[in-house]
Design a protein around this ligand. Structure first.
Ligand code: NAP
Length: 532
């Protein structure tokens, strides 16, 4: 029922990205010695993690760690070095069906646990995540590549959703509605949706899971989580800590491997009442269609094409700092990354110069190396996509102001890049770059900026830099986006609603609104209430 499984089927269901990641490029061959040095470091780190019990490689079903039923495994590798970090169970439909059955059974009891008790268990999970933030951060750097400091930051951010929803668990209030007839009493109850299938991407291996599992468990739902096969280790470690915190067997299950097969099993099961997905718009659309036959609730956090709009009246330093943060976090691999930097005529030259100067200071390298701010891209395909976008822009008249090629470190490292004179017809204006490339687009008027910014099917995050309060309101209201940052490039927080409009998604995560996604509303009408 789901989607393009053909490529995976040909290789037994699980992608083998290790092969493409390890294809040596000219540049990578020239630095092979340096890579070997780093890989020794990452080996000793993974050894330490194995000893700590946080390097799990089996799936979690009904509270038990299990291999894939056919014993298949996927190789998880470190994108900075190509090292194989672990062989992880490559699961499919059968394991997913068992995970669903265990979640369904656990729902009966978990949904009846008092909110206060669920809250305590979630709080313990939060505390364990924080207590292990260094090791979990190391796991993220190992399998995803982001710099260790940023990875530890993700643990704090990811854990904050568990803390927040541990508190919200106690605040799921219903309503009493004034009755229209004197012998009636009208009530509204909020009840957990049921079993939730949660499918998450590789770019935030913890936070994209906790944003879903936190509110799901808080509201009394149980979950089958499917992390990306590129970054399953963080998810498995987090699940281990959930068990230690007292989350009962079956309330959280983790399966990974053959994504289309797992997706199919989740979609076709009538026991799964909700699908929550973070990932690409293409896969999101397929899941939405696949959820139709069983009419499941669907939440989608999909791709973006964020504009960062710098007006003539902006503070130059604030605009440079904010756009730099919005663009280059996680080497440009976030859904809220500034994908297009729109700069007004009067400040364009000054901004371009100051921005390129700031970008030049970014340090590229293995995320475990002190001072590194830019890790590798996730795989070879990601680098090739960036190369294609840069070639396309240059062939249509854009100018490389900085970078514009693979980094001399080789592997999947790409130079932080600034491209000037980018136009709307270039690929990088139309699609997510998902890499460390900042395209500068010149505009004349506020109306032009709004028109260019909204000229996309995506509508997740947008940023504006201005010191004019009236413009702040006008532009914030006119932007067709779910999130707007004003004079700030990093705006996500567990207390505010996160989500997109147009083809960037449905529903919100985080905040009090994030809880509603896991709750059904039930109207209860009490009749014959005047009888004595
Ligand atoms: P992706 O290819 O769509 O994968 C996301 C998840 O879906 C992974 O777990 C993947 O599994 C799984 N998947 C792929 N095909 C599937 C299928 N047929 N059925 C069921 N599951 C399937 O996206 P990605 O490359 O990992 O992540 C990058 C994208 O996510 C970007 O577009 C980014 O903007 C978006 N994103 C959005 C947000 C947001 O909040 N809006 C946040 C972060 C990222 P495997 O990896 O195991 O194949």
């Amino acid at each position: 029922m789901v989607v393009g499984a053909s490529a995976r089927a040909a290789i037994g269901g699980c992608r083998r990205l290790i092969t493409s990641r390890l294809v040596p490029t000219q540049a990578s061959l020239s630095v092979s010695f340096q890579c070997r040095q780093m890989s020794m470091d990452s080996r000793s780190i993974s050894e330490k993690l194995r000893n700590s019990g946080l390097l799990r490689t089996q799936g979690l079903i009904a509270g038990k760690w299990v291999d894939a039923y056919d014993k298949k495994t996927i190789k998880v590798n470190n994108p900075a070095t190509g090292d194989i970090v672990a062989d992880v169970a490559c699961m499919g439909g059968k394991e997913t069906n068992d995970a669903i059955a265990s979640a369904y059974e656990a729902f009966t009891s978990w949904s009846k646990v008092t909110a206060a008790e669920r809250s305590k268990i979630l709080r313990r999970w939060y505390e364990l995540l924080i207590a292990h933030k260094e090791e979990l951060g190391q796991l993220i750097t190992l399998e995803q590549g982001k710099p260790l400091k940023e990875a530890i930051g993700e643990i704090a951010y990811g854990a904050s959703f568990i803390e927040y929803f541990s508190e919200e668990a106690k605040r799921v209030y219903g309503d009493i509605i004034p009755a229209t007839l004197s012998d009636r009493r009208l009530l509204v109850l909020k009840q957990p949706v049921g079993v939730v299938g949660a499918i998450t991407p590789w770019n935030f291996p913890l936070a994209m899971i906790t944003r879903k599992v936190g509110p799901a468990l808080a509201s009394g739902c149980t979950v089958v989580v499917k992390p990306s096969e590129l970054t399953p280790l963080t998810a498995l470690a987090a699940a281990e800590l959930a068990l230690q915190a007292g989350v009962p067997p079956g309330a959280v299950n983790v399966v990974m491997g053959n994504a289309p097969e797992i997706g199919d099993a989740l979609l076709s099961s009538p026991q799964v009442r909700k699908i929550t997905f973070t990932g690409s718009t293409a896969v999101g659309k397929k899941l939405m269609a696949g959820a139709a036959p069983t009419v499941k609730r669907v939440s989608l956090e999909l791709g973006g094409n964020a504009p960062s709009i710098v007006f003539d009246d902006a503070d130059l330093d604030v605009a440079v700092k904010g756009t730099l943060a919005a663009k280059f976090r996680n080497s440009g691999q976030t859904c809220v990354c500034a994908n297009r930097v729109l700069v007004q005529d009067g400040i364009y030259d000054k901004f371009a110069e100051a921005f390129a100067e700031a970008v030049q200071k970014l340090e590229v390298g293995d995320g475990f190396k002190e001072g590194v701010t830019q890790g590798p891209l996730i795989n070879e395909a990601a680098v090739q996509k960036v190369e294609t976008f840069v070639q396309d822009a240059v062939s249509k008249g854009a100018k490389v102001l900085l970078g514009g090629k693979r980094h001399s470190l080789g592997m999947t490292f790409y130079e932080p890049t600034v491209i000037g004179d980018v136009k709307s017809d270039m690929l990088m204006s139309k699609e997510e770059i998902f890499g460390p490339v900042a395209p500068l687009i010149r505009f004349k008027t506020e109306e032009d900026a709004i028109r260019i910014a909204n000229d996309t099917n995506a509508g997740l995050a947008a940023y504006i830099f201005t010191n004019n309060v009236q413009r702040t309101w006008r532009v914030s209201e006119a932007l067709e986006y779910g999130l707007v940052g004003v004079n700030e490039g990093i705006i996500s927080t567990e207390v505010a609603p996160f989500g997109g409009v147009k083809q960037s998604g449905l529903g919100r995560e985080g905040s009090k609104y994030g809880m509603d996604e896991y709750l059904e509303i039930k109207y209860v009408c009490l009749g014959d209430m005047n009888r004595k």
